[in-house]
Design a protein around this ligand. Structure first.
Ligand SMILES: Nc1ncnc2c1ncn2[C@@H]1O[C@H](COP(=O)(O)OP(=O)(O)OP(=O)(O)O)[C@@H](O)[C@H]1O
Ligand SMILES: [Mg+2]
Length: 269
């Protein structure tokens, strides 16, 4: 069964239609990437899937999340899906974290609400959640978000998102705001958690190499529409759309430049 089924999704503002007629399905256990340049509609598509479009934007078409229609659904019924069914990790972890609440409490909140943990069991689960995202130092739980590094904050945001044990994780450019070495650690962590928990993953990025590493299948968006879809390796080897071909070519050019400079780590294809 598909955990996420998007068909004919359009997102409109008063003056424009930034997402037009987007369709894709995401079977449980699969990892799907959305790639496309800035402004192509990747984030709006993922926000629409969670019923989280900002004010002033409306969705039409159909989005079925775990079989339930999201387009036009009341917020109360969507809230039940957010957490145990689907969670989202954003590019900038500060948007997801409460600046005035200690990290431990922010992780405890979903554990209390969704898993109904209390007392010692709750404290142990918070410690385990932090250890799972490679933050075993108990001082992290007592810290406020601004006292942590960007990479640590994103690990905390991942721990908060995973606390309710979602079956679908949507990661919208989760490492774009981090520097390259930190980025690699967070991607490795995400990869491991998705595998160990058997989660379904919708991974969004403008970086072809990052997406290729994380998912099996990709859709390519441009100017609000899907221009290509397929297995990652197939798309990289034989891009069908000129825009995809240009993405692949620029990734190759970067690899070649890195190789020439002696920093190469192999090609993307
Ligand atoms: N609240 C909004 N109201 C009106 N238009 C918006 C709103 N948010 C985004 N848009 C427009 O929708 C288009 C798609 O935005 P979206 O954020 O989905 O792009 P994206 O592919 O995620 O880009 P990026 O890679 O920069 O994150 C953009 O042209 C943007 O200007
Ligand atoms: Mg975006």
């Amino acid at each position: 069964m598909s955990i996420l089924e998007v068909s004919g999704l359009s997102v409109r503002s008063a003056t424009s239609t930034p997402v037009r007629d987007v369709s894709f399905t995401l079977p449980a256990g699969e990892r799907l990437g959305i790639i496309g340049e800035s402004g192509s509609g990747k984030s709006l598509t993922s926000l629409a899937a969670m019923g989280l479009l900002p004010d002033g934007l409306t969705a039409s078409g159909s989005i079925r999340l775990d079989g339930q229609e999201v387009v036009g659904a009341a917020d109360a019924s969507l809230r039940k899906l957010r957490g145990p069914v689907a969670q989202i990790v954003f590019q900038e972890p500060l948007t997801a974290l409460d600046p005035l609440m200690r990290v431990g409490r922010q992780i405890a909140e979903p554990l209390r609400r969704h898993l109904r943990l209390r007392g010692r069991a709750l404290a142990d689960a918070v410690a385990a959640a932090l250890a799972e995202v490679a933050l075993p130092d108990p001082r992290v739980a007592r810290a406020f978000p601004h006292e942590l590094s960007g990479g640590q904050r994103q690990r905390v945001a991942i721990a908060v998102a995973l606390a309710a044990q979602p079956r679908l994780l949507i990661a919208d450019e989760p490492t774009t705001a981090l520097d390259v070495t930190v980025q690699d650690g967070v991607l490795t962590l995400l990869e491991r958690l998705v595998r160990e928990r058997g989660m379904t993953l919708l991974f969004i990025s403008h970086d072809l190499a990052v997406v290729a590493r994380m998912v099996q299948r990709i859709i390519v968006m441009r100017d609000g529409v899907v221009v290509e879809e397929g297995e990652v390796l197939g798309v990289l080897r034989e891009p069908q759309h000129p825009y995809t071909a240009s993405l692949v070519a620029s990734a190759r050019a970067l690899d070649a430049a890195l190789d020439a400079a002696g920093h190469g780590e192999g090609g993307t294809a």
